[in-house]
Design a protein. Sequence first.
Length: 197
Amino acid sequence: MKALFTLLFLASFSLQHTIAQTSKAIAETWVPVQKAGVKGGVNVASVSNLANSSAFLGLHGGFFGEIRPREAFGYGGEVMFSKQGVTASNLDFSLNYLSVPVFLNLYHGKVTFQGGGYGALLFMATAKMGQDKKDITDNFQTTDYGLLVGLRFRPLDKTFIGLRFNLGLQNINNNFTKNSAAVLRNRNIQVSAGYQF
């Protein structure tokens, strides 16, 4: 009987030790990470359904934050200035937005896949030919929203480069065209570089 109690005690102790070590190993495998940083880059933008139009080159820049609760999964958001637009009829139409993208991240080694959406507030729009510039903010809707999909590569620990496509879903036309019923939507490819604090 004494031997049985001794055996049960040793088995119980071993089981507790094994569970404790396993729990510690699982806990040490991944610790939730919070990150923040800055990013900026180039926009290759356009507006759908405009005849004889071409891409508009602009800039974007701002701040990002991310939470990574799992090794392969996380989510984040950004606050960005984004200069977009379109070139048509020898005029550059510039649309300046404050954009707030939110997205999910899927991590695989140094590569991150992103998908989500964005909301944006238009604070100025201009038409420019040569040195002449005209304010046309009232010809566009004051807000925009859409979907985004992107890819990010981290060559070094704190730096990354990224490629993202923003697909506008809102009709941004507000008597910009002669046909007031025309549906115009933003399209934007962003090439970025960033630094994590």
